[in-house]
Design a protein around this ligand. Structure first.
Ligand code: SER
Length: 571
């Protein structure tokens, strides 16, 4: 069965059962700053699983692009990839266990569908805990479709409970289907929870009857009973074609030919390149924080393995993947643009990799300080150095690494304080106005969301201001309107703008907002907009807010984990 046939089969099966087919969402979460990446099909659907009405109804299905980097070390084995596609279907308060288990069985074993021998399937069921009882109903249903008792396994929360990695939202017990490979049991207790590779999980049906309101809170019974399903496309594709691992399927075999290797290094290069192009296509660029850091780590890890194999033809690899995935995900067709972002990062890293490895190989022991030096001088991401260290049986203190990093950040911020222009591209009249508006906006955000809101970055051009700040959620329409209105109210108070120079200590005493932490010298300029906003800043500003005009928020979006970005104009 081909990749395309498998997807079409999935859509057909669920279309025939009344499901609307929806597109995959971006792998970068929209408005959820608590997680870096979409890790499952249910993730973009959380509002609907919580009760909001979906415009296409209560039965949905799709294939979702997912990223999970937790098992990055396992990439290269038979089943693990950091990017994968999840075939999913959902009932939003509609059908529940009976239909779902019947359909799951039919799809996996039915002659017109995957046609896997029933003998090759084992299922797992939640064994129960203090929140939810053992899932007897699912057991009955599995028995009724013909799964023998001895192939039903009871597992605990680690295996048979699903919730989002941020520990909140819709959740519940699940029941999984595992493909039984021809491998011998690794021991008497070899069961689907075992990681010896005999059982390969291919499907997970979650019965979402609970909601967790905040991290650490006890799950409570939800009003709406949902079904959330995830089928691992890469795994199913290699298993039904009788292969031994994902790299033999058409998704990877072309790439491995280009690389000229099927060993672990070749697989890692292929897998990380594939994941990277998915991230780049969704707008991620290599960076030192958030999603960008993961992308950087993936590309640099690929380059390290490529260095071992003396492989350099990434553009051919990118074309190969973009050809396969682009048919379903149009954003991945832009292979030239993707190649440019990818190759820029490759060139940056290739320059220092060899020297860094030489330096590393000289080391007999390692400490946090040296690990940071490898990052600072040669661009070795922390996890990368950890891996190299593990290969040589060395360890080092992450705390020491972080302390060194903090020290370094502070030092470089002090050094750049003199050159600080408040993120202004130039100091024309328009940018000056927008800069004053920036201060008012920060003040209003803090009035609305609390003093924990801090500026994370600012960029002003004559047309607009772009302001990044810490906030744990996507602002609602109402919140955006309120912030806009209150900023305009401050502007309309015709406040005069003045400044005083004072010691950093005095500035702290009068509660001046310090937007950039330790960036300042001993004596700072503090700007006062009336008495409403007091903020440390290098200027320049208008003399009176009456010069500003009407403030309008044009866009509110994510700028990384826990960081929101507002783009606004004055007219
Ligand atoms: N959310 C579940 C999972 O990811 C089912 O899709 O396994």
């Amino acid at each position: 069965m081909t990749y395309k046939q498998l997807k079409e089969l999935w859509f057909k099966f669920y279309r025939e059962r009344g499901h609307a087919i929806i597109p995959s969402a971006s792998v970068v979460p929209d408005g959820d700053a608590s997680v870096l990446f979409i890790n499952s099909g249910m993730h973009p659907l959380v509002p609907y699983l919580m009760g909001e009405a979906h415009p296409l109804g209560v039965r949905l299905a799709n294939v979702q692009k997912c990223i999970r980097t937790g098992d990055i070390d396992d990439v290269g084995d038979a089943t693990h990839t950091t990017f994968f596609e999840m075939m999913g279907n959902w009932s939003m308060g509609d059908y529940f266990k009976e239909d779902k288990i019947k359909w799951s069985w039919e799809f996996v074993t039915g002659k017109d569908w995957l046609n896997i021998s029933p003998k090759k399937i084992a299922v797992t069921v939640f064994k129960g805990d203090e929140i939810a009882p053992r899932d007897e109903e699912s057991v009955k249903l599995w028995l009724s479709v013909g799964v023998p008792k001895e192939r039903i396994y009871f597992l605990g929360k680690a295996d048979n409970w699903w919730q989002l990695p941020n520990g909140t939202g819709p959740c519940g017990p699940c029941t999984e289907m595992h493909f039984i490979t021809d491998k011998k049991p690794c021991g008497e207790k070899c069961d689907p929870a075992c990681d010896c590779g005999r059982f390969v999980e291919i499907a997970n049906d979650v019965f979402m009857e609970y909601i967790i309101d905040s991290p650490g809170a006890k799950p409570r019974k939800a009003k709406q009973q949902n079904v959330d399903t995830g089928y691992g496309l890469e795994r199913i594709l290699y298993l039904i074609n009788g292969y031994e691992h994902v790299y033999q399927s058409e998704l990877f075999n072309g790439a491995l030919k280009i690389i000229g290797s099927t060993c672990k290094s070749g697989r890692v290069i292929a897998e990380h390149t594939r994941a990277s192009i998915v991230l780049i296509a969704d707008g991620v660029t290599p960076n030192n924080t958030g999603q960008g850091y993961i992308l950087r780590r993936l590309i640099r890890r690929a380059v390290r393995y490529a260095h071992q194999l003396n492989f350099k033809d990434y553009p051919a690899l990118i074309n190969n993947f973009s050809g396969i995935l682009g048919e379903f995900y149009p954003e991945i067709q832009a292979s030239e643009k993707i190649t440019k972002v990818f190759m820029d990062e490759v060139s940056k890293f290739e320059k220092t990799l060899e020297r860094g490895l030489k330096e590393f190989n000289k080391l007999k022991t390692l400490d946090g300080k040296t690990a940071f030096k490898l990052y600072e001088t040669y661009g070795f991401p922390l996890e990368f150095t950890q891996e190299l260290a593990a290969e040589k049986g060395m360890t080092f203190s992450i705390d020491e690494y972080n302390a060194e990093k903090d020290k370094h950040t502070k030092m470089s911020q002090t050094a750049s304080a003199g050159a600080f222009k408040g993120g202004l591209a130039d100091t024309s009249g328009e940018t000056t106005k927008l800069h004053t508006a920036n201060h008012l906006l920060l003040e209003v955000l803090r009035r609305n969301f609390g003093k924990t809101v801090m500026q994370k970055g600012s960029n002003i051009t004559p047309e607009r201001l772009r302001f990044d700040f810490t906030l744990d959620h996507k602002m609602t329409e109402d919140e955006i309107k309120k912030v806009e209105k209150e900023t305009n109210e401050l502007i309309q108070k015709n406040l005069s703008v003045t400044y005083k120079e004072m010691s950093l200590k005095d500035a702290e005493k009068i509660n001046a907002i310090g937007a950039f932490g330790a960036k300042y010298g001993d004596v700072v300029k503090v700007f006062f907009i009336g008495e409403d906003s007091i903020e440390i800043c290098g200027g320049p500003h208008v003399q009176n807010t009456s010069e500003l005009g009407i403030f309008k928020i044009q866009k509110e979006e994510s700028a990384g984990a826990g960081i929101r970005r507002i783009k606004a104009t004055l007219s």
